[in-house]
Design a protein around this ligand. Structure first.
Ligand code: ARG
Length: 574
């Protein structure tokens, strides 16, 4: 489906050129949605200033040259010079009949987008922050793909660095084949904490752990094998969570910190050669331009510690370089918690200064806000321990199952399990996605699972209801029937459907999945009004009935496509 606003933009480009000459062809016509029409074009106001003329006169000239025959009603000029645009129902209907509303056609598609998301840490529990980086990143990845971009997923897991010394030594102490070791794949925190406690209380252990880090970074074969085992246990754990969450990440997308190990020395050398890095207090540091502390002193990014070790920042510098050079990114998104904002600003600035990040490659930190508990603090268990993500998700599924039982549908045990998972997980993901990604929100299962309001269950229910209507049509002849938009509620619904392309383009441009949520919620509400006002199965004639069935089917397709890119399914029945 081509986008409605780009169609209007094209027509305005011609009108502006004819009205004021070629210099004005590419002028933004400033098309916005409007209370009084479908859209309004506001370009006459800035142009009037520039051309020292009255905005209404400018608007009149544009309208005289504007060819919207067969698309819009005659444009009206309102207020100081707004051009009101209203599509004809015939145009909307023809567009729906001839194109697929759930597909997107965009001239700007085809870019390569590297998306860094999820990124949990090996031998550690994933926390609610990782839930959100996973869910938002996956939604962005799927949206870019539907839009027509190529996505390269990079799961930058924390699989390297000093903690691995103690983790490997602890693994040796408990025995690789022991239950304690296997338990990492189910309950990683226990293992991590035991290693940590020994490290803090047992000096011999701490010495062994430090030596082990050196061996690991030096590429010692036996050490690397032990490390592989640890990562393997964690992989089982991550994949369990990913499968519960129904996200697209697979082992092929793993690109942890460790893969950059061999690049770190070269990264430091290059920065030194370019005069960007220097020794300060024994550590190799870069002081990127424009970053200063409270007293105006330049802020360092440490890229090699005084003991010769490299850290998180060095790895991220190597990663930017790799994503441009080897992965050929046109744009790189980093879906990571907001507290790391400064880190990424510095990394991107240094990468630009070093010439690793060309002008035309854009990097963006998609900042992820906190998930809070009832007390307004980061969500934890009652005892204060970090929450176990798997348990949280299982609880959401159990609650969804309980509501399904109460409500109706005689599900078989099997179907109930399937739908409960779709609804429970969908509810958690949608709650994550429907607020702006950089704001915090309170984790509240009751609200997430509410059947009305801007929630997944509300949208899933709308979808399931359409399925049920379509099942009741005794033939599927309507799928080829033409859509007519005779009633106001039908026209509103048609217009809403044709907005899908625009909202998708917006999500892609500004990394804002919550806009898609708002769109889908509005669409479901338009469907409800339509359904209340326009009888479908008992319409006055076969033509009207088939048109409304097909319109309903198109709503289902757009709902499914939209929820689909958010990583949420629509159950057959609910
Ligand atoms: N593992 C890190 C954490 O849990 C997130 C890594 C994000 N990605 C990156 N390129 N630094 O906070």
């Amino acid at each position: 489906m081509p986008s409605l606003t780009s169609l209007l933009n094209d027509r305005f480009a011609l009108a502006l050129e004819q009205s004021f000459g070629e210099d004005f062809t590419r002028r933004d016509p400033v098309i916005r949605s409007s209370q009084f029409a479908d859209f309004q074009a506001n370009v006459a106001l800035p142009l009037a200033k520039e051309l020292k003329s009255k905005p209404r006169d400018i608007a009149t000239t544009i309208v005289d040259n504007l060819d919207l025959a067969g698309i819009c009603e005659t444009p009206e000029i309102s207020g100081p010079g707004f051009i009101n645009l209203t599509f004809t129902p015939e145009f909307l209907a023809t567009t729906l009949n001839q194109t697929n509303a759930a597909e997107v056609e965009s001239e700007t598609a085809g870019a390569r987008i590297v998306i860094d998301y999820s990124a949990p840490n090996v031998a550690k529990e994933m926390h609610v922050g990782h839930l959100r980086t996973t869910v938002v990143g996956d939604a962005l990845a799927r949206t870019h793909e539907l839009f027509g971009n190529t996505v390269v997923r990079q799961n930058h897991i924390g699989d390297w660095g000093t903690p691995f010394g103690m983790l490997i030594e602890h693994l040796l102490d408990v025995g690789i084949e022991s239950e304690t070791a296997q338990d990492i794949s189910a309950n990683p925190n226990a293992f991590y904490q035991a290693a940590r406690e020994k490290f803090d209380s047992d000096a011999d252990f701490a010495t062994r752990a430090r030596a082990r880090v050196v061996a690991l970074q030096g590429g010692d074969k036996q050490t690397l094998e032990l490390w592989e085992r640890l990562v393997g246990f964690s992989r089982i754990y991550f994949n369990h969570i990913y499968s519960l969450l129904d996200v697209t990440l697979s082992d092929d997308d793993l690109a942890g910190e460790s893969i950059y190990n061999d690049d770190l020395a070269a990264v430091c050398q290059d920065l030194e050669d370019k005069g960007l890095a220097r020794i300060s207090d024994g550590a190799l540091c870069v002081f990127p331009e424009g970053f200063t502390g409270r007293e105006g002193e330049p802020l360092p990014l440490i890229i090699r510690k005084s003991d010769g070790g490299y850290g998180y920042a060095t790895t991220d510098l190597a990663a930017v370089r790799y994503r441009v050079r080897n992965l050929h990114a046109d744009r790189a998104l980093y879906v990571v918690g907001s507290p790391q904002a400064m880190h990424f600003e510095m990394v991107f600035a240094i990468a630009r200064a070093a010439g690793w990040l060309p002008e035309d490659v854009e990097t963006e930190h998609v900042k992820i806000g906190n998930v809070l508990g009832d007390d307004g603090k980061i969500l934890r268990t009652r005892s204060g321990a970090p929450l176990r993500l798997a348990e949280l998700l299982e609880e959401a599924i159990a609650r969804a199952r309980a509501t399904l039982r109460e409500s109706n549908a005689e599900f078989s045990a099997e179907e109930e399990a399937v739908v409960a998972k779709i609804v429970g997980i969908g509810a958690v993901k949608y709650a994550d996605l429907s607020v702006a990604h950089d704001t915090s929100y309170t984790f509240d299962l009751d609200r997430m699972l509410a059947p009305i309001g801007n929630t997944a269950p509300y949208l899933q229910y709308a979808g399931a209801r359409i399925r049920s209507i379509l099942r009741k049509a005794d033939s599927d002849a309507f799928t080829a029937a033409p859509i007519h938009l005779g009633e106001a509620a039908e026209r509103d619904l048609g217009l809403a459907l044709l907005g899908f392309s625009d909202v998708l383009a917006e999500v892609v441009a500004s990394s804002t999945p919550h806009r898609l949520c708002t769109y889908l919620f509005d669409l479901a509400q338009s469907f409800t009004s339509f359904y209340e006002q326009c009888p479908v199965l008992i319409a006055e004639s076969a033509e009207v009935r088939d048109s409304r069935l097909r319109l309903s089917q198109t709503v289902l397709e757009v709902l499914e496509a939209g929820l689909g890119v958010l990583g949420i399914r629509v159950p057959e029945r609910m």
